[in-house]
Write a protein that binds this ligand. Sequence first.
Ligand code: ADP
Ligand code: MG
Length: 251
Amino acid sequence: MMQIKDVSVFYESKKEKVEALRHISFKAENDDICAIIGPSGCGKTTLLNVLSGIIKNYEGKVLLNAEELNPHIHKIGFIPQNFGLLPWKTVKKNCLLPFKIRGEIVEKETVEKMDLMMKRLNINEFQNRFPSELSGGQKQRVSIVRTFLMKPDLLLMDEAFSALDAIIREEAQELFLEIWNENKMTTFFVTHSIDEALYMGKKIIVMSNTPGEIIEVIDNNLFNNKNYKIDKDYSKLFSHIKNLIRRGWNK
Ligand code: ADP
Ligand code: MG
């Protein structure tokens, strides 16, 4: 379980002090996948940076399985908007990089699992290519394989689908959920798409404009439903979230 308790973040420079997050509290179970949505600049990336351990200077507490969050103890998987692949390493080496960084031996089973996942995602024949030789969608799938292979305790994604064009994006969301359902782990993803939040978020965390506060957490019953757009609750939920964001924007 992930517990975020009363987290506040300030950015301080010589000239000013910016309050980016104010009193964020939230609990997520180990099989929760949570969408974070809110207006631009409300602190979504800041929150992910706290959860990934990049920002260490914050008020409050973040606990993962009752232990204070620590990137040296916990395995944290991160899929950034640009997919975070190293351009000078092949697809295969990129996927095995987390093991190398941790100084772990790559077991035969790991390589087999990688091959299998790559086949599922249709990128197996690209193992020896470099990232620059792949399309955006293919890069993203490499990033997904790399992340699931390391079996993280916590998975974070910052607008990981927004760089893809519409048709590929829907397919990528579906593939991601398929793999996620087989390897469930506490997951937080930032999105600015209400549709993406409704399809992929078991819980939807709606944030207000700066300083970012949680204005509502929605238990989303459209989660994982491929036909969510024709569900009777869709338009009601969509406008509810839209109104929350609008109100949060004007606060
Ligand atoms: P989002 O991801 O929701 O668009 P961010 O988390 O990037 O928002 O930023 C939240 C707020 O903090 C914004 O007002 C932004 O200008 C400010 N901010 C972000 N990073 C820094 C920084 N390194 N120094 C000062 N202010 C920052
Ligand atoms: Mg951001």
